[in-house]
Design a binder for this molecule. Structure first.
Ligand SMILES: Cc1cc2nc3c(=O)[nH]c(=O)nc-3n(C[C@H](O)[C@H](O)[C@H](O)COP(=O)(O)OP(=O)(O)OC[C@H]3O[C@@H](n4cnc5c(N)ncnc54)[C@H](O)[C@@H]3O)c2cc1C
Length: 509
């Protein structure tokens, strides 16, 4: 019987482990992922800011692996593991047996103990669904601002708070600033999109805290030039649908009225890490990642590997203090290493010899963060550069990394087009936007329930049965007289549905 390798997760780690096994003899690989695609997460923010469509940054796993005959791709959600029976259990109770297991399920957003309250209000950027939800909210905010007459409420719609000034936060805030300043220019009649306020809030003392101080300084300068307001050294103590409270140090807490909060402040290990801890008595670090040994295996289980963002790996040659960072290069190199080592072990053991794997060593090829059109910072070894040159390097590397030739061509074309025209091609509000969010004090007159001007003869059935149901008049509520409503009454009217509608169900559990 062939050696059965089960790989959980078709991200950078899992996919590269599978590919490294393509020439392995007498091996059968099963790749299990809860999505049918490999997602290129570093470009998720481009989906969230309408520069690219989801299909541009995702490739179907079956297509990617179509030429690798020793792989089966299974669409399934792994929920449990059994070290004794050596099986992986899927949500639908299917059991998949393994001889070697590679776990590469990545991370989930970390709201530091506020997951339940904050995740619905402040979506993170970990999945296609979240990126599309953020794009939806972003575009809807400008639509709301266009209809809103009350300058205070309009300002709240036009205030965007991005939490966390790591690469994701920096990229998001730079892109939103560009949308407001350049992309939407001249498109609205009742306000200037450039008046949008973009705030980037970071708990540590500087932006891009994992980069060196000079890169951090340049990133800050470039963001400020785009009009982004940067608040460092302060944390959020409250995140609500219509405001956030920025706490901090000796300063007074600041309340900021806003309708759009984007979470980029941190991640933690996928809940599968808890299963590994429980079933294999593995240790988790404080980010709930599985602590692995020098061959990326769970201590005591040389055939069970945890790689990529889900793993906490200490490479003393890289840093004596920190485990390896959660970046694509680490996942990719660990995936290749583990695939190669499984193959070598089988070859050596088939000759009746004992195999001792070499220690995994990470090769740091550098870091880059893009800030906007023609703006980026890059650190490659001891060479650090900023601005246009860094941006070109960023483009080049990201296009090369993308999985699928077709995606590379399309993305290059989209980037060239938006660079030249300042437009963003994916500015479509998809799904059914909840238009009940339209502010009460709209510049357009609205019919109150029972208004004598309402046309009693509107024939909803002309729009089809579904529409007739949807458009049926709501049950009578206490009418709010727009002119007399207090500010807080108006807020309640506009804010309650905001949290419920635009994001419920978007954050994966
Ligand atoms: C917005 C953003 C920007 C980033 N930018 C950069 C960057 O510029 N440079 C860089 O180097 N890194 C960047 N990263 C980090 C990089 O994307 C990750 O380090 C990398 O994706 C980790 O790879 P992985 O294989 O460990 O996990 P992932 O790529 O997250 O893949 C995990 C896979 O596991 C699957 N999965 C999860 N749970 C289950 C389950 N229970 N059952 C089955 N399948 C499951 C998922 O569907 C997914 O396909 C960024 C990340 C984000 C979110």
């Amino acid at each position: 019987m062939p050696h059965r390798v089960v790989v959980v997760g078709g991200g950078f780690g899992g996919l590269n482990a599978v590919r490294a096994l393509r020439r392995a003899r007498d091996v059968r690989v099963t790749l299990i992922d809860r999505h049918n695609y490999h997602l290129f997460q570093p470009l998720l923010y481009q989906v969230a800011t309408a520069a690219l469509s989801p299909a541009n940054i995702a490739s179907p796993l079956r297509h990617v692996l179509r030429r690798q005959r020793n792989v089966d791709v299974v669409l399934g959600n792994v929920v449990d593991l059994d070290p004794v029976a050596r099986t992986v259990q899927l949500e639908d109770r299917t059991l998949v047996p393994y001889d070697s297991l590679v776990l590469a399920a990545g991370t989930v957003n970390n709201y530091f103990g506020h997951d339940a309250e904050w995740s619905a209000v402040a979506p993170g950027l970990k999945s296609v669904e979240e990126a599309v939800a953020i794009r939806q909210r972003l575009l809807l905010a400008f639509e709301r601002a266009e209809c809103e007459e009350d300058p205070v409420v309009r300002k709240a719609w036009l205030t965007f708070v991005i939490v966390g000034a790591g690469p994701t936060g920096v990229e998001m805030s730079g892109a939103i600033a560009e949308i407001a300043r350049d992309v939407l220019r001249r498109e609205y009649r009742h306000f200037d999109p450039a008046s949008a306020r973009i705030l980037l809030v970071e708990g540590l003392e500087r932006v891009l805290p994992t980069y060196d101080e000079e890169s951090s300084f340049h990133a800050r300068k470039q963001l400020e030039r785009l009009g982004v307001e940067i608040i460092t050294g302060r944390l959020l103590s409250e995140v609500a649908p219509d405001h956030v409270i920025v706490d901090g140090g000796e300063k007074e807490p600041t309340r900021i009225e806003c309708r759009n909060v984007i979470w980029g402040a941190g991640v933690k290990g996928h809940p599968l890490a808890n299963v590994v801890a429980e079933r294999y008595q593995a240790e988790l670090d404080r980010m709930r990642r599985v602590v692995v040994d020098e061959s990326c295996a769970v201590p005591g289980y040389p055939n069970v590997f945890v790689i990529g963002d889900l793993a906490c790996y200490r490479d003393e040659q890289w840093s004596t203090e920190l485990p390896l960072p959660g970046v694509a290069q680490v996942a990719l190199q660990q995936g290749r290493y583990v695939g190669r080592e499984i193959r070598k072990r089988l070859e050596v053991e088939s000759r009746g010899r004992v195999y001792t794997p070499p220690t995994f060593r990470y090769k740091d090829h550098g870091s880059m963060a893009v800030i906007g059109r023609g703006r980026a910072v890059a650190e490659v070894g001891s060479v650090h550069f900023y601005g246009f040159a860094a941006w070109v390097a960023w483009l080049f590397v990201h296009v090369l990394w993308l999985v699928g030739f077709g995606n590379r061509v399309v993305v290059l074309f989209q980037w060239a087009s938006s660079y030249l025209t300042l437009n963003r091609s994916a500015r479509i509000i998809t799904g059914e936007p909840d238009l009940s969010l339209t502010p009460v004090r709209s510049r357009h007159d609205k019919l109150a329930p029972g208004d004598p001007h309402a046309n009693p003869d509107v024939n909803h059935s002309l729009l089809g049965e579904d529409a007739a149901e949807e458009l049926a008049p709501p049950p009578p509520t206490k009418p709010v007289e727009a002119a007399d409503a207090t500010e807080s009454e108006r807020r309640v009217e506009t804010r309650e549905p905001a949290a419920a509608s635009s994001h419920s169900g978007d954050v994966p559990s």
